[in-house]
Design a binder for this molecule. Structure first.
Ligand code: GLV
Ligand code: MN
Length: 415
């Protein structure tokens, strides 16, 4: 089948319009999963698909499917990413992959007969910015969401069950969002790199070989709020000194022996008053490694360090593993398909490891999965300063579409 060019103007317009949804004063985008802004972004994409004459559906996990959802009698290529964001995000993380996926699905649909159907999915709550259940949509689609999901509360106390229901999903029917793996050909995700490697190496396209695993701990430290002027220094039970002064550094120091990266990302203090010793701190710890065993040992060591600091500082510590994702290898045959598509256009590619988590690592549990990366300017992401050159953005979408065309145009393409 002849190759087809992506419509770069349409693609960039989609990204720019979505950047207005959930825009924050800082110029960033805030669309936590299941929030009104996140749903507005979903509705935008559904309208775009319907305007192109594609069927659409939303499953019980609140994943919108744009194009024919996988069905019996055939194996479907799924192209996807996510539309939810972190707090004060850039405009491309996730969004770019979904907009490009729909561009490809629309263009391939217009070619007529394909040996394998192709569909776009926008997986719900990939970031877990408000509801700490990252990869929600892909976990549901791959049949890996188990009942404790029901109990998950947001950082502000709201229940995921209610947020999902208000968004049109249904926790009680969550298994209906699960895909039949026999109906899947593969999962392919296009994303910005979010790191410095492609820019440094002056390479326009990355082909991901390995995606990092992550454990997120939620830690609560209970001390005793007291007067900051009159309470003698000995005998205080200061949750802020324990958390901010010691735990943050003890977690950072895990990289010396235990894991590749480790960060305290979120801290809440109460009463957060300028002349009161802090009585309560809640914080999250993000530990990552590409080796699963190492990852879990590092998370265990983080808990040991936190408990020992808390004991010495006479504060009570409770540590919960809020979420974890496995490191995942991408599929070798899919990587070869991406490389072949790039070679046909004489585009150089670089194999690289992803330090960010992605729905692709979850989908890799049930189907061959792979990812295409484009360079991030300055390697920056999870801030409003995230940026990518429009040429790279369009080229990445072309690589996604070319690979999708090669995979869907004849049976047995994935070998
Ligand atoms: C999520 O995408 C992450 O890597 O933090
Ligand atoms: Mn992302």
């Amino acid at each position: 089948m002849p190759a087809q060019s992506v419509n770069g103007d349409r693609l960039l317009r989609g990204v720019t319009e979505l950047a207005q949804i959930g825009r924050s004063e800082s110029g960033g985008v805030t669309r936590p999963g299941f929030s009104p802004a996140d749903l507005d972004a979903h509705h935008y994409m559904v309208r775009e698909a319907e305007n192109s004459g594609l069927p659409t559906a939303v499953d019980a996990a609140r994943n919108p499917w744009l194009g024919p959802r996988p069905h019996p009698g055939t194996t479907t290529l799924v192209l996807g990413s996510h539309l939810d964001t972190v707090v004060d995000a850039g405009t491309l993380n996730g969004t770019y992959g979904v907009v490009s996926a729909l561009e490809a699905v629309d263009n391939l649909a217009s070619l007529g007969f394909l040996a394998h159907p192709v569909v776009t999915v926008a997986f719900a709550n990939e970031e877990g910015a408000r509801h700490p259940r990252p990869f929600w949509g892909s976990l549901a689609a791959s049949g890996q969401l188990l009942t404790p999901a029901a109990a998950t509360t947001a950082y502000d106390g709201a229940l995921l069950r209610g947020a999902l229901a208000r968004a049109g999903g249904n926790l009680d029917a969550i298994e209906q969002a699960g895909l039949d793996l026999h109906q899947l050909l593969a999962y392919l995700e296009l994303h910005i790199e979010q790191g410095p490697v492609l820019e440094r190496e002056r390479m326009p396209i990355g082909i991901v070989d390995l995606i990092v695993g992550r454990v997120q701990l939620e830690v609560e430290l209970t001390g005793a709020a007291a007067h900051a002027g009159t309470t003698p220094m000995p005998g205080r039970s200061d949750a802020c000194a324990a958390a901010a002064a010691e735990i943050v550094l003890a977690v950072e120091d895990l990289v010396a022996d235990w894991c590749q990266v480790a960060t305290v990302c979120r801290i809440e203090a109460a009463p957060n008053s300028p002349n009161t010793i802090t009585g309560l701190v809640r914080l999250t710890v993000d530990v990552r490694d590409t080796d699963e065993g190492q990852l879990h040992q590092a998370a265990d060591e983080a808990v040991r360090r936190i408990e020992s600091i808390a004991q010495r500082r006479t504060v009570k510590a409770s540590c919960t593993r809020a979420a974890s994702s496995k490191p995942a290898l991408t599929d070798a045959a899919l990587r070869r398909s991406i490389a072949a598509a790039a070679a046909r256009r004489a585009v150089p590619t670089l194999p690289l490891t992803s330090g960010a988590g992605h729905d692709a690592q979850v989908m890799a549990d049930i189907t061959p999965a792979a990812m295409i990366f484009v360079p991030s300017i300055g390697g920056v992401s999870h801030t409003p300063h995230e940026d990518n050159s429009p040429d790279d953005v369009v080229l990445g979408a072309q690589m996604l579409q070319d690979t999708a065309l090669a995979l869907t145009s004849h049976p047995g393409s994935l070998a």
